[in-house]
Design a protein around this ligand. Structure first.
Ligand code: SF4
Ligand code: SF4
Length: 105
């Protein structure tokens, strides 16, 4: 259901819900759990956002510690937890974790 509030929530989703997760990874709430990103491990290959079938991810404008553009979550609610991003990342920098009690669930 898309309400006006829902649209507003979606617009602020990325900014408001990215948090620090375990191992210093960034963490986003997705509908079935969490998406984690070790931003400074990323080599900027682009596989994760290229292969995400739902366009959940996009290349961030900022640089990580290695000077690469990491991915960022731009539409968390669209994530279907297919784990393609996790499977294609050569650096094991991005992964999903199912959680029944996740805020987005
Ligand atoms: S789990 Fe699938 S839908 Fe979710 S961000 Fe990764 S590739 Fe995209
Ligand atoms: S697949 Fe991994 S290394 Fe490549 S851009 Fe995504 S997070 Fe970075």
């Amino acid at each position: 259901m898309t309400t006006k509030k829902g649209v507003e929530d979606r617009a602020t989703h990325h900014a408001s819900r990215v948090t620090e997760g375990k191992e210093g990874a960034k963490r986003w709430v997705v509908p079935k759990g969490y998406l984690y990103l070790l931003e400074d491990t990323c080599k900027g290959c682009g596989f994760c956002y290229t292969f995400c079938p739902k366009k959940v991810l996009a290349q961030a404008e900022h640089f990580n510690a290695k000077g690469y553009h990491p991915p960022e979550v731009v539409d968390a609610e669209a994530c279907v937890m297919c784990r393609f991003c996790e499977a294609v990342c050569p650096e094991f920098a991005i992964w999903l974790e199912e959680a029944e009690d996740a805020e987005g669930g």
